[in-house]
Design a binder for this molecule. Structure first.
Ligand code: HEC
Length: 447
């Protein structure tokens, strides 16, 4: 499976779609030759797999793909297109396998451990229909049955933002890029604002793999531009002309991956963006080349509360690790915990998706003796680091201990380098898509 993904990556765009039909064609020729001997009089129909299903691409399949897959799998998207019958047909068997193995759409939270409002909507019925379609010969159906209107849209999910931030200039992305770039986005806000949602709109969806948005608290300097180096919750921004500034960084709630439902806080909840104390935002974009040189200028959209919030959302990072991770094929365990100093509740959680991590679980131990698993994610997932929003907030009364247990593998399997011992803070600052903390987002009563 790994192999397959790799070979396709080199040819994102036309090749995966083009390779498979070649193979199909060869198959068809072989079948045709055979059928000529066996059924010389029914050539045309026996050249195809028999159709044994009533499920049609243009009817059921396209609607399932539209809801669950096309946000990434559209022409010009981060993955090959599945938008039309001709696009999707060569992938039929792979589609069946990916959905049965629950690898697509990407989502690593294990069912039954935390209940999340932004979980993918692919249902068992959808999966059954997909399997039925593939096993029944993957028929196309009638053109008139395709849903009217565009099948996907690359626009702000929550409507036009109150404030849109863009870098001063775009980025040139090489055909084979796999890199992270950070853009500083000053806000120049004159007054405090309460943030209710944050979104990213890729300028070029074929190269923007994912994004993380940070809030930069000013300590000195306030020039735009420059690059950012993050060390724990401190950030050093190198400014044009050689100057640099050190500031505090706070991860804003949003991580962005294509197709993830943009979630606004419940009414009455918001995160404070203090005027003056804030330098601005930084967006770290993970770029993946699309096979051709490309340009990107992505935008960050901020949505502000219309009325003063009841609850203040803040970000708690559980990141105080300072251990060695030895080079070994044995899984290694990291246990960390943080105790709530006031009555709070968790409204979302974002486990780290460092490639060393193979499994991570967070559990709340309350003072009354009750306990609740907040989330369990499993499998290598360095590519995507979603923020998981709870359907119902998990109460964390004062004194609640949130314990995070992560299993790591530093065997060389997950990277191109030979395995070597590393200190956790060092790999924490590797250019990953997101910060390496298990961030529990809690909402506390306003001060
Ligand atoms: C968040 C983005 C995203 C969503 C949503 C998504 N995919 Fe994917 N998918 C990807 C990426 C990225 C790849 C790797 C593409 C590449 O290597 O070119 C991929 C690969 C695949 C593959 C090829 C796997 C292989 O290597 O054989 C299939 C099949 C697939 N997706 C099907 C689906 C289906 C079906 C859905 C919806 C039920 C879906 N995907 C939803 C991003 C997504």
């Amino acid at each position: 499976m790994k192999e397959k993904v790799k070979t396709q990556k080199a040819k994102v765009g036309e090749a995966p779609g083009a390779m498979a039909p070649v193979r199909l064609l060869q198959l068809a020729v072989v079948l045709l030759t055979f059928s000529f001997f066996l059924f010389p009089f029914s050539l045309a129909s026996s050249a195809h797999e028999p159709i044994t299903t009533k499920v049609r691409f243009n009817k059921e399949l396209v609607r399932i793909l539209q809801r669950n897959c096309l946000s990434c799998h559209h022409p010009g998207g981060i993955a090959f297109s599945l938008a039309t019958y001709d696009d999707a047909r060569p992938w039929a068997k792979a589609i069946k396998e990916e959905v049965l193995e629950k690898r697509m759409p990407p989502w690593r939270a294990v069912k039954g451990y935390g209940d999340f409002s932004n979980a993918p909507t692919l249902t068992q019925r959808d999966i059954d229909l997909i399997v039925n379609w593939v096993e029944g010969g993957a028929p196309k159906g009638e053109d008139k049955d395709v849903p009217a209107g565009p099948l996907f849209s690359n626009d702000w999910q929550l409507g036009k933002p109150d404030l849109t931030l863009k870098a001063e200039s775009g980025a040139a992305i090489a055909a084979d890029a796999n890199e992270y770039r950070t853009f500083i986005l000053p806000t120049n806000l004159k007054e405090d604002r309460w943030l209710t949602a944050i979104d990213v709109l890729p300028g070029n969806a074929s190269v923007v793999h994912c994004a993380t948005v940070y809030l930069l608290t000013r300590e000195s300097g306030q020039q735009p531009g420059g690059t950012m180096i993050q060390v724990r919750n401190k950030v050093r921004v190198s400014l044009p002309g050689g100057a640099s500034m050190i500031g505090d960084v706070e991860t804003v709630l949003a991580t962005w991956i294509p197709g993830q439902k943009t979630t606004a806080f419940e009414p009455g909840f918001a995160q404070l963006i203090p005027a003056g104390a804030v330098f601005g935002f930084a967006v770290k974009l993970h770029y993946r080349g699309s096979g051709e040189p490309a340009k990107d200028l992505s935008a960050v959209g901020l949505y502000f509360a219309k009325t003063p919030p009841r609850k203040r959302v803040s970000v708690v990072a559980i990141n105080d690790i300072d251990g060695m991770i030895t080079a070994s094929t044995q899984p290694q365990r990291i246990v960390l915990s943080s105790t709530a100093q006031t009555d709070t509740e968790a409204i979302a959680i974002r486990p780290s998706a460092h490639p060393f991590i193979t499994s991570l679980q967070a559990t709340a131990y309350r003072p009354d003796g009750s306990q609740e698993v907040l989330i369990w994610v499993r499998g290598h997932q360095s590519d995507w680091q979603p923020t998981y929003y709870f359907k119902r907030a998990a109460l964390l009364p004062k004194g609640t201990r949130v314990e995070v247990i992560a299993y790591l593998e530093n065997s060389g399997e997950n990277s191109s380098d030979l395995p070597k011992p590393v200190r956790w803070p060092e790999i924490g600052n590797q250019p990953l898509c997101t910060v390496l903390t298990s961030s529990i987002v809690v909402a506390a009563a306003p001060r």
